[in-house]
Structure formats: structure tokens, C-alpha cells
Unconditional design. Structure first.
Length: 359
């Protein structure tokens, strides 16, 4: 903020301040034509977010490279409101498994049959590696209803997924956005770590990283969690998690680079909700997250932005180019997954300006 001579006075005109000289008796009047905007970047952000058309309350919380935060709560939403995750849990589940990779408990080259007694040891099923499960190119494209049943055993559900996919393409050839991949990867992680269920795996992750203290994978149940969409989280905790990724606190630079890089390459995209939904993009996929790219067809050699959009419209993201990360936390109706992203597009220029001023 600039401070001017006491002989100066400020006269407001619309959203601008005009600096004028207010002389004493007989003093002349000098007008400085340089406008100073009365609204700060954050005030403009608050005004834009208050004015946006939305079908439900939301919280936007972002953090810049230097640790400065901006928070906007709309309606009854707050940073500590517990929200159903939908697909925002994909980034979390994948990161937990990659954290186990970091610990040397499991490897990206490992196969399901290394840990699951019922998994085929020949054919395309046996060629699946953990990396194919995390980038959704395992070929296990047919969903099973068991992932939504609270009373089903988690291991038995993975067996059902195998039964639902008796014939699959060669792993790595097809990208298919489905919950099947992470369920199998999760069971591999459980067996590799020696725990009895995913809750224990996640509790181990939480205790060692101090992340998601109040978070849980409890949909449809703790005993049969839907790893691709069954978490509860708070916005402040998700932001802390994004910060741990952004600042390379829980994963090595090599694993973070792999997680946030295009992992599907030339694989045929058989199903992508981004391409077929309201977003209309051609994003690729890393490990548990979208690699955003404005070009159609996909032609982004460097990752500038990653995200994990949820079906209820929540939108967590990391912007490597603008050096900030955040989440639009909300729980709208089914099928409003694009709402959070579109809300971000309405204020992205202001957020970029805010981040630039807080490097």
C-alpha cells in the first residue's frame, strides 16, 4: 500500500481512487491521473465467487507456493465440512499405494498374482502390473456391482471383478476410466503390507504422514471401501494432502514425476468421462489423476496441471505452471461433476494473478 503526503486527499470514483492535491487557502489543485484499483485481487475473487451461479454450496481453498491461503465459503459450506469424495478419492488411493512403493513394500512392476492366490498366472491377466492398475490401462474394463455393496467382502469383490473380465486386451493398450483397477491395486497393497484390510493400510499412511486425520474410506462400508470413489474428506485436509504432493513431502521426485506424467501414451481411450461429458476435453491420465491439457487432440509434452474431478462436482487440482494448488469442495447432485471445474474457469485468471503475487 502506498502512503501519500498529508496534503493529498483521496477522492473515490467508481472502483478507482483518484489522487488529488488539496491545497490550503490559495493552493492550486493537481490531479494525478494514475488510477489505483480500490479492490484487491482477493476482494475481486470473493465478489466473483459470490456472483457465480451454482446448484449447491461450496468452499474454495487454495494455497500458493509461499504458503499463503485464500478461502471462500459459500452458504453453509466450510473447510471442515465432511464431503463424499466420489472420484476425488482416486488421487488419494493412488497416492497411498505409491507411498507404499516409496517404502519398498510393493513395486510398480509387481503383478496381481504375486499377492492374490486366485489370480491367473498365464495370459493377459498375468501381464497386468501395478502401474497398469494405477493408470487404468489394465484391461479390466467391466465394472462389478459389488463395489457398491456394503456387506460384500473386499477380497471377494476383487474375485468378482476378475470373473467379470474373463477376456481382456493386453495391459497398456486401452484406457478405461473405471473403479475396477484401484480395487485390484488396493487388494495387492493390503496383501503386500501384511494388513488385514484397507482401513489398516490407510491408518498406517495417516499415522506416518499426519494427513487426513478425519478422513476415511467408508463408502459403501469400511469393510468394502470403494477406493475409486468411497472416501469422506474435509477441504482443509485435502488441501494439506495436495501440498504434500506439491512440495514433494511424502513421495520422491521420481515417483511424483511418474504420478503426474502422462502414463497412457498411445493407448486407445475406450472410455473417458472428460471426453464424453460436459468438459469436452482430451485429457490423459497419470497415476490416479487427470493430466489436463487444453489441446485437442492431446498434445501436451509437459504437465502443467493435474486434477481428480468428482461426480458431485468437487475439484482438487495442482497447477505446476502457476505454482498453486487447491480444491473446490462441494457435493452437488449426481452428474454435476463438471460444476467445480467450470466454477474454477470463471475465476482462473484472478487465481493466477493471486498466485503470481504470492510466489
Amino acid at each position: 500500500m502506498k502512503f501519500y503526503n498529508i496534503e493529498k486527499c483521496l477522492v473515490s470514483f467508481g472502483v478507482y481512487l483518484l489522487l488529488t492535491s488539496c491545497g490550503g487557502s490559495g493552493g492550486s489543485s493537481n490531479i494525478d491521473t494514475e488510477p489505483v484499483h480500490i479492490l484487491t485481487i482477493e476482494e475481486r475473487l470473493h465478489a466473483a465467487l459470490d456472483a457465480t451461479n451454482t446448484d449447491t454450496d461450496f468452499t474454495l481453498i487454495v494455497e500458493s507456493n509461499n504458503g499463503t491461503q485464500f478461502i471462500h465459503n459459500r452458504g453453509a459450506s466450510s473447510t471442515t465440512t465432511s464431503y463424499r469424495s466420489a472420484s476425488t478419492s482416486k488421487m488419494v488411493a493412488a497416492s497411498v499405494i505409491l507411498w507404499l512403493v516409496e517404502q519398498g513394500i510393493i513395486s510398480l512392476d509387481d503383478h496381481p498374482q504375486d499377492y492374490l492366490y486366485f489370480w491367473p498366472t498365464i495370459g493377459n491377466h498375468s501381464a497386468i502390473e501395478l502401474r497398469h492398475l494405477l493408470n487404468f490401462t489394465s484391461g479390466l474394463n467391466n465394472e462389478s456391482a459389488c463395489v457398491s455393496l456394503a456387506n460384500t467382502n473386499f477380497s471377494r469383490c476383487v474375485e468378482t471383478i476378475l470373473d467379470k473380465n474373463p477376456s481382456i486386451p493386453l495391459p497398456g493398450e486401452e484406457f478405461y476410466y473405471a473403479s475396477t483397477h484401484l480395487q485390484v491395486a488396493g487388494l495387492m497393497a493390503i496383501q503386500a503390507s501384511g494388513f488385514s484390510d484397507w482401513e489398516q493400510v490407510f491408518d498406517y499412511f495417516k499415522s506416518e504422514t499426519q494427513l487426513f486425520t478425519n478422513g476415511s474410506f467408508d463408502i459403501p462400508s469400511v469393510s468394502n471401501p470403494h477406493l475409486a470413489g468411497g472416501m469422506h474428506w474435509q477441504a482443509d485436509e485435502y488441501l494439506e494432502f495436495l501440498g504434500a504432493i506439491f512440495h514433494q513431502q511424502i513421495l520422491s521426485p521420481a515417483l511424483i514425476e511418474a504420478m503426474t506424467s502422462d502414463q497412457i501414451g498411445n493407448a486407445s481411450i475406450i472410455y473417458s468421462p472428460v471426453a464424453e461429458g460436459a468438459l469436452g476435453g482430451d485429457w490423459h491420465y497419470g497415476f490416479g489423476q487427470w493430466i489436463e491439457c487444453p489441446q485437442v487432440p492431446f498434445n501436451c509434452s509437459i504437465t502443467t496441471r493435474v486434477s481428480s474431478i468428482g461426480l458431485y462436482g468437487a475439484y482438487p487440482f495442482i497447477d505446476f505452471e502457476q505454482q498453486y494448488f487447491g480444491i473446490i469442495a462441494r457435493e452437488g447432485a449426481l452428474g454435476t461433476g463438471h460444476e467445480g471445474y467450470q466454477l474454477w474457469t470463471e475465476v482462473n485468471s484472478e487465481l493466477a494473478e493471486w498466485a503470481e503475487n504470492n510466489l
